[in-house]
Design a protein around this ligand. Sequence first.
Ligand code: DX5
Ligand code: ZN
Length: 229
Amino acid sequence: MKIEIAPSILSADFTRLGEQVATVEAGGADYIHVDVMDGHFVPNMTIGPLIVEAVRRSTSLPIDVHLMIEHPDNFIPAFAKAGAAMISIHPETTAHLHRSLGLIRSQGCRAGLVFNPATPLGYIEEAIEEIDYVLLMSVNPGFGGQKFIPSSLGKLRRLREMINNAGELGAGRVRIEIDGGITPENIGEVAAAGAEIFVAGSSVFAQPDPAAAIGRLRAAARLAESRLA
Ligand code: DX5
Ligand code: ZN
């Protein structure tokens, strides 16, 4: 499986955001992950379309916007216009999930569905045609630097099986992204369980050399893969 790394700017130094984004792009990042929090759905508040627009001017990488906000429909068009290539939403934040996912696609973005650690995967059965990727949370959303929740591995394996069993709607079409507590120590096991896009905040931007940190993550994931083969 293709291993892709999505550094989360939540752990970046915002006094020099453009430079930090350029550093991870040069270091081989595949996406820039942007965590949008509203202080209601999650107990933290972060950034809006303005920053996405600034990131857009700093990189040619696709911008992966993770919305942790209530009533996401109110903001999806603004994030798309600001330059998001991918937008993911949590099912708890919208009364009409099917409509919200359709809205993301209608704005020309790939649509993602996010699962908190205790959110059941059953939504996939109803919404698989509407999504391009699943974002599985391996921490409770709200903050960077938290510890990977071990039960996420079993959930990831179940998710991989569901996608693989979904025929042409699933495997090869719907990608699996994982978010929270990813480190060079656990990325191999997580890759083996079926994830292909790895969000990494503190294990990239809190490191002395963020570009080298991406290399370490990718190498560790590939090593696990080659052992499996
Ligand atoms: C948490 C965010 C994550 C966060 C990950 O709510 O969704 O994207 O930035 O940070 P780390 O990799 O430090 O767990
Ligand atoms: Zn995130």
